[in-house]
Design a protein around this ligand. Structure first.
Ligand SMILES: [Zn+2]
Length: 112
C-alpha cells in the first residue's frame, strides 16, 4: 500500500472513532428466572419461568459486574455495546495500519 493511501485509511478510521457514540463494554442478555416458591407457575410442570428480564454483564479484573435492566436500558446498552465492538475493531485496524507503515519506515531507515 502506498504511504499516502495508508495515511488516508488511518485518518478515515480516526474520523469514524471521532463520530462514535458511547462505547460501553459488556453484553446484554435476556434472562428467565424461577423464584423458588413451590406454588408459583415458575415451579410448575411444565415450568413457566418469570421474565424475560434484561441483564447487562461485564467481566472486569476477574470479577463479573451485572445489572438488571429495563427494556429501554437494554436497548441503550445494546447500542453502546455495538459501539464498543466497533471501537475495538477500529483500534485493531489502526494498530494493523501502524504496524505496516512503521515497518515500512523502519525498513526505509535501515536501507538508507
Ligand atoms: Zn415464581
Amino acid at each position: 500500500m502506498a504511504e499516502s493511501k495508508a495515511k488516508a485509511k488511518y485518518e478515515a478510521v480516526k474520523e469514524e472513532i471521532r463520530s462514535l457514540g458511547w462505547a460501553r463494554p459488556g453484553c446484554v442478555t435476556r434472562r428467565y428466572t424461577t423464584c423458588g416458591n413451590p406454588s408459583c407457575r415458575c415451579m410448575a410442570v411444565p415450568p413457566e419461568p418469570h421474565g424475560p428480564y434484561y441483564q447487562w454483564s461485564h467481566k472486569i479484573h476477574g470479577k463479573t459486574l451485572s445489572l438488571r435492566l429495563t427494556d429501554e436500558q437494554a436497548r441503550l446498552c445494546r447500542e453502546w455495546a455495538a459501539n464498543y465492538k466497533r471501537l475495538r475493531k477500529l483500534v485493531r485496524r489502526m494498530e494493523a495500519l501502524s504496524l505496516q507503515e512503521t515497518g515500512r519506515t523502519l525498513g526505509a531507515i535501515s536501507r538508507s
